[in-house]
Design a protein around this ligand. Structure first.
Ligand code: PEP
Ligand code: CO
Length: 420
């Protein structure tokens, strides 16, 4: 594809890592490291043309906003605040419209308000939103009606229907503009509602965006260097995290995370060994900056009692924010093949997360949820049978999400644990 904005900029710029050390892109470029889980693009030239164009577009999140957000995260960390990180497992382009975004904001702000009632300290809300378009998958391919196809890697890579599975670089442009428009919608919606009492004042300005930094061609094209502060940040979102499947210590995703100055998260699953965890923390936050690093634990109800004390012992100190993701360690399949999670498992994991951390004098710093305002039934209610899951009410493009009632139940429960 030719594009008048494509001037074939060189791919390297001088950057400083989080520790302030200057380096050139050749020492951090993801291309120099193994990239786990990368979708395969058939036309490399096409992909690099798109990357070059993206490099010349404005930052989605400006350097000023990152600075503001970094300060807010520092406050959350030092003053025992609480993070609510919430949204779809995979956002779709089709649902990134004004109406749906307005509903998401309304639900998330209500949940924010419930939590805020339980603590005098800051509750900081960030959506899995305005950029959560790319998904690593457990299997790189999928066989449908006897034909083996690439898996669906999220709308910014390919389409969910069998005829759209070839990764298409032009989708990166749609991802960029959809993220920009969603952020504009967030601001418009929250300004419109800030006159209602239920709406926390200034929620709009203080609503942050986050997603998994999985698709490195996109992420690296949106890295921006600020000459004044000599600082490089990921401009695709305020906060990005590295997923459980891509967080190899020497892999490209962790190198990318090292090179950016944003507050970042790392997902930690039950198979992480204590040494790896220590190395990740040391590598990603060498100067123990408050607010820089959040660990998002997704251990599962059956593993948390065994794993969490081990990780607490390994880390000691307070250089990270401890966040509970009660969703991803509790995924299972029903007899009919649907992925689901039960409210019982999630609530157990949250309760034990709070109890175990508090026993060790550590502040539980947040909760990470997959939820939607759509009227779905993808997770199993307390006391209900999983047979009640029906394909008609199961709309997720990826993992099972909480519906609004379930999200309110989980957050009310979390609020009670916070207040104890
Ligand atoms: C996710 O957050 O949707 C996800 C894939 O999580 P994890 O990396 O923890 O499996
Ligand atoms: Co998910």
């Amino acid at each position: 594809m030719s594009n008048p904005m494509n001037h074939n900029l060189p791919t390297s710029t001088s950057v400083r890592d989080y520790a302030g050390n200057e380096s050139t892109s050749s020492s951090y470029s993801w291309r120099d490291y193994s990239v786990s889980q990368a979708p395969t693009y058939v036309n490399d030239m096409h992909l690099s043309e798109v990357e070059n164009t993206l490099r010349q577009l404005p930052a989605i999140i400006s350097n000023h906003e990152i600075t503001f957000f970094r300060n807010q995260m520092m406050r959350v960390h030092t003053d025992n605040g609480f993070i609510l990180q919430i949204g779809d497992c995979a956002e779709t382009f089709r649902h990134s419209n004004l109406n749906h975004t307005a509903q998401r904001i309304l639900l998330f702000s209500e949940l924010h308000r419930i939590l805020q009632r339980n603590t005098p300290n800051m509750v900081l809300t960030m959506g899995r939103m305005a950029g959560q378009f790319a998904k690593p998958r457990s299997y790189m391919t999928e066989t449908i009606d006897g034909v083996t196809l690439p898996s669906y890697f999220g709308d910014v890579v390919n389409g969910n229907t069998p005829d759209m599975r070839t990764p298409d670089p032009d989708r990166l442009f749609i991802g960029y503009s959809t993220a920009v428009e969603t952020i504009r919608h967030i601001r418009l919606s929250s300004y419109a509602w800030s006159s209602f009492e239920t709406f926390p004042f200034h929620f709009g300005q203080h609503f942050f965006t986050s997603h998994e930094a999985y698709l490195l061609p996109y992420e690296q094209s949106l890295m921006r260097f600020n000459e004044q502060t000599a600082d490089t940040h990921a401009s695709s979102a305020h906060f990005v995290w590295i997923g459980e499947r891509t967080r190899d210590l020497n892999g490209a995703h962790i190198k990318f995370a090292e090179a950016i100055s944003n507050p970042i998260g790392i997902k930690i699953g039950e198979n992480t060994n204590a040494k790896t965890l220590q190395s990740l923390v040391k590598q990603l936050n060498p100067h123990k900056k408050m607010g820089r690093l959040s660990l998002i634990f997704r251990l599962g109800a059956k593993n948390i009692d065994r794993c969490l004390p081990m990780y607490i012992k390994a880390l000691k100190g307070k250089s990270v924010i401890w966040i509970c993701d009660p969703m991803h360690g509790n995924t299972k399949r029903t007899a009919s093949g649907l992925k689901t999670r039960t409210m019982d498992d999630m609530m157990y994991e949250i309760r034990r997360f709070f109890e175990i951390l508090k026993e060790h004098g550590i502040h539980p710093g947040g909760i990470h949820l997959e939820a939607t305002p759509h009227n779905v039934y993808e997770c199993v209610d307390t006391g209900a049978n999983e047979d009640a899951l029906q394909a008609e009410a199961y709309l997720s493009a990826c993992d099972p999400r909480l519906n609004a009632d379930q999200a309110v139940a989980i957050i009310t429960y979390t609020g009670l644990l916070m207040g104890r």
